[in-house]
Structure formats: structure tokens, C-alpha cells
Design a binder for this molecule. Structure first.
Ligand code: ZN
Length: 187
């Protein structure tokens, strides 16, 4: 699996691209929801504490679960009267799907190799033939720390420019002062 830093950077990129004005871009709740949706599929690592069985890369790591999260989030935000609940639900789904996509693109060294990406239509484990990211070790020894540092540095080489590109795209569509001054009118 890629590191939480990789998933967080992509979640932040999704948030920036989905924001329609300065107020939304700087809204800590919308940032938290989107970045949280990009991170939360790995909560399945904790399921082992319940029954002692490894559940990692199963249902929560699927595009089907991303769709489920989008629908549930949209309904919840509508009930809570958040601004643009349907869009925010879609953003949650996209951020969740970004986690699945990144995990498909990384080197996997923990069996079963791959993700249950097409659940509920298939229980098979899938992995991209093209791998972009290194794996992250789950031990705390010096070798793992050194390896993880290289993995995270490589993730940043790829994903920080992607975040900057998302910011530039927003600036082009909302005006350069979107980061500094008052809110712009919705497009
Ligand atoms: Zn994951």
C-alpha cells in the first residue's frame, strides 16, 4: 500500500479541484471530509483486532464501496444541511476511489496480492500490471524506516506536482486571487 501521505495528497487534490470558490477551498470541514475519505479505506487494517483475521484490501478497497460511500455521504450531508451535499457526496466517492486506484498502482508484498477492487461484482484480487509506487513496510526496524522514507519521497515526486497542477487549474478557472482575497462568484 502507498503511505497515508500519498493518499492525503491525492485527497487534497480532489478537494481543490472540486471546490467552487475560496470559501470552499479553505473550509477545514470539507478538507477533512475529502482527505478523510481518501485515507479511510485502510481502516480495514484494524478489523484484524476484532476477529484475528486479515481483512486488508478487501471490500473497503473497491470501487463498489466508493459508490456506497458517495451515496451515504450525500444523504448524510443533505440531512445535515451542508452546502452542495450531492457534490460533496460525489467528492467523497472520488476521494475513496482515488485510494483504490493508488493501491492498484503500488507494489504489493503482503499476500493476498492485489485488491478486491471490483467488489461486489467480483471477489477476485486485482493489481495493475504497471506499478507506480513502492510498498510501505509495516515494521519499525531501521531497514523498514529507510525503505519507507524512499517510498514516501518517490510518492511526493509524483503527487506534489499533481497537487500543484490542481491548484493552478483552480486558479485559472477562479482567478489567481482565489487563494488570497474574497470569495469569487460560482462559475
Ligand atoms: Zn489501502
Amino acid at each position: 500500500m502507498p503511505s497515508p501521505i500519498a493518499h492525503g495528497l491525492v485527497g487534497l487534490s480532489v478537494h481543490v479541484l472540486a471546490s467552487q470558490d475560496r470559501a470552499e477551498i479553505r473550509d477545514p470541514w470539507r478538507i477533512g471530509v475529502t482527505v478523510g475519505a481518501a485515507l479511510i479505506p485502510d481502516i480495514d487494517l484494524l478489523f484484524r483486532l476484532v476477529d484475528g483475521v486479515n481483512h486488508h484490501n478487501n471490500e473497503t478497497h473497491s470501487f463498489g464501496f466508493a459508490l456506497l460511500a458517495a451515496v451515504t455521504a450525500a444523504a448524510a450531508f443533505r440531512l445535515a444541511r451542508w452546502k452542495r451535499p450531492l457534490v460533496l457526496g460525489l467528492v467523497v466517492g472520488l476521494a475513496w476511489a482515488s485510494h483504490v486506484l493508488l493501491d492498484l498502482l503500488n507494489l504489493d508484498t503482503h499476500p493476498p496480492i492485489g485488491l478486491m477492487a471490483l467488489w461486489p461484482f467480483s471477489d477476485g484480487y486485482y493489481k495493475s500490471p504497471v506499478l507506480l509506487f513502492l510498498d510501505i513496510g509495516r515494521t519499525l526496524d531501521w531497514t523498514a524506516v529507510r525503505h519507507n522514507s524512499v517510498s514516501v519521497a518517490w510518492e511526493c515526486v509524483i503527487l506534489v506536482p499533481a497537487l500543484l497542477a490542481a491548484g493552478r487549474y483552480r486558479m485559472r478557472h477562479l482567478g489567481r486571487d482565489v487563494w488570497r482575497e474574497g470569495p469569487k462568484a460560482s462559475p
